[in-house]
Design a protein around this ligand. Structure first.
Ligand code: SF4
Ligand code: SF4
Length: 349
């Protein structure tokens, strides 16, 4: 099946032009595609790690929000806590950072609770996962608006909405499962026996003492312990991560989580190929774009839109590989790599 991807060439230097182009793309998509806006639609965004300067700025979403409000659709900014320790590890700090980065126009909802403990097991029965841990609040909606920054990632390569859905809709445990399908362990010498992890562990898998440890047969991989440990005594298994990468299973896991996140929903997808960096917005420092801005893309097909962005990036002269994730995503039935690109010129594009 051939999908349609709508595209507006625009530069990110002018936030108002990007906002206007995004609105025009959403209008066109709603006119042309078999998709009806629901009454409540969360905007899945990325607030950017503290110190990152190339995340998609909230002003670029203004046109979309204006249109949604005109159509009577209630929305909020939605995100999940991250796996690593940082400013976005807990709901409180994450929300504060979102506000500091200018996400003030809508309510901010952290979908997986205070520390990633709120999730629903979504059944998919695929090669790597029978079920996926999707942040609980996403389950309240029949439609998500996935707004992604198209860019690189150390493990997933260049991409947009698929990775945004896979990692961004997963609870901490879901993120852990995608990264290495492994379970944390404790380095006893770094443990100060504060008991925080033991209190948070929902599986009773942790024993704290001189030889603090995790019972891997009880551990359900929720990653709550990795969020609370202040001494970094709780570690994830680097060797498993490397093996996962070499075996190509990481990208397949990402695709399966994206599949779970969109299962049963009529989503809308938008990629902002602006300030394209080699690494993701979780990097808490300034990065220089690898190439000039390309524009904004919209579609109801997550595979087609990521494929279209990758093709444009290649056209612009960037050499990289991205096929594995998209091939597997297509095989899962997430969407089609075959697409038609329709250029939509916004007023200020
Ligand atoms: S030991 Fe396992 S089950 Fe317990 S908090 Fe850590 S990841 Fe979750
Ligand atoms: S949270 Fe860290 S330091 Fe505290 S008991 Fe657990 S492993 Fe030890």
């Amino acid at each position: 099946m051939r999908s349609t991807v709508y595209f507006s060439p625009v530069t990110g230097k002018d936030h108002a032009a990007v906002s206007s182009a995004a609105r025009r793309l959403l209008e066109t998509l709603l006119e042309q595609e078999d998709v009806t806006l629901e009454n409540k639609v969360p905007l899945k965004v990325h607030f950017g790690e503290k110190g990152n300067v190339t995340y998609i700025k909230p002003q670029m979403y203004d046109g979309i929000i204006d249109l949604l409000e005109e159509k009577g659709t209630e929305c909020c900014f939605m995100e999940t806590n991250v796996l690593y320790t940082g400013e976005r590890t807990t709901r409180e700090r994450h929300t504060k950072l979102a506000r500091e980065h200018g996400f003030t126009r809508l309510p901010v909802v952290i979908a997986d609770g205070e520390r990633g403990e709120d999730y629903t097991e979504v059944e998919i029965n695929k090669k790597h996962f029978r079920t996926c841990k999707i942040a609980k609040a996403y389950g309240d909606y029949g439609q998500l608006f996935i707004l992604a920054h198209f860019k690189g990632h150390m493990m997933a390569g260049y991409g947009g909405v698929i990775k945004q859905m896979a990692m961004g809709c997963a609870s901490r445990g879901g993120k852990l499962a995608q990264h290495l399908n492994s379970k944390p362990f404790i380095i006893p010498f770094w443990c100060n026996q504060c008991n925080s992890c033991e209190e948070k562990c929902p599986a009773g898998a942790i024993t704290i003492g001189r030889w603090s440890s995790i019972d891997r047969s009880k551990c359900i991989g929720c990653a709550a312990c990795t969020a609370v440990c202040q001494t970094k005594a709780v570690q994830i298994n680097l060797l498993s991560m490397i093996a996962s990468l070499l075996g190509n299973s990481f990208t397949e896991r990402v695709a399966e989580y994206a599949y779970a996140a969109q299962k049963g929903k009529k989503n809308i997808y938008m990629n902002f190929a602006i300030d394209i960096t080699s690494q993701c917005d979780c990097v808490g420092s300034k990065m220089d774009p690898i190439i000039g801005d390309i524009g904004v893309f919209a579609s109801t097909d997550p595979v087609a839109i990521d494929q279209a962005c990758c093709d444009k990036l290649k056209e612009a002269g960037k050499k990289f590989t991205h096929k594995r994730l998209l091939e597997y995503a297509q095989k899962l039935g997430l969407g089609s790599r075959d697409y038609e690109l329709v250029e939509v010129r916004g007023d200020t594009a």
